[in-house]
Design a protein around this ligand. Structure first.
Ligand code: AMP
Length: 126
């Protein structure tokens, strides 16, 4: 299935430096920055620098180097902001919304790292 990447999405603009961000971590292939509308004391978004719409696009087409970098960047961010299990208020939730049912708003792959408080159950009943 072809993946249509929209170059005008807000994270593409952040990667091009067209709009500011509060960077938490940057690696060769990944960027992490604070969510503009945080839903927990810790709410960081981690994105690959490559043009990937969502997780299935990334898994299908990213290079091994990009996948390793991204996977490790997510862990590095969790450690850096102090939510890794066993550290202080340790524990976090990773969320990556995809597509319509997943209610993905920005069509560039991102993982939300949420923590800093008890997060409760994963989903509310609709
Ligand atoms: P999602 O629904 O998973 O696509 O989430 C998109 C997230 O991007 C939301 O949590 C927004 O608050 C966040 N967001 C949108 N614009 C920006 C921005 N300019 N800087 C940081 N986070 C943003």
């Amino acid at each position: 299935m072809p993946y249509a990447y929209d170059d005008q999405n807000v994270f593409a603009k952040i990667l091009r430096g067209e709009i500011p961000n509060r960077t938490v971590l940057e690696t060769e292939h990944s960027l992490a920055f604070e969510d503009i509308a945080p839903q927990a004391p810790v709410h960081v978004l981690v994105i690959p620098k490559g043009k990937y719409v969502n997780y299935d696009h990334f898994a299908a087409e990213a290079s091994d180097a990009e996948i390793v970098d991204y996977t490790r960047a997510i862990d590095a961010v969790a450690r850096k902001v102090g939510v890794t299990p066993g550290a202080g208020d340790g524990g976090y939730r990773l969320i990556s919304n995809a597509g319509e049912a997943g209610v993905q708003e920005v069509p560039h792959l991102h993982v939300h790292i949420l923590g800093g408080r008890m997060l409760g159950r994963m989903l509310q009943r609709a």
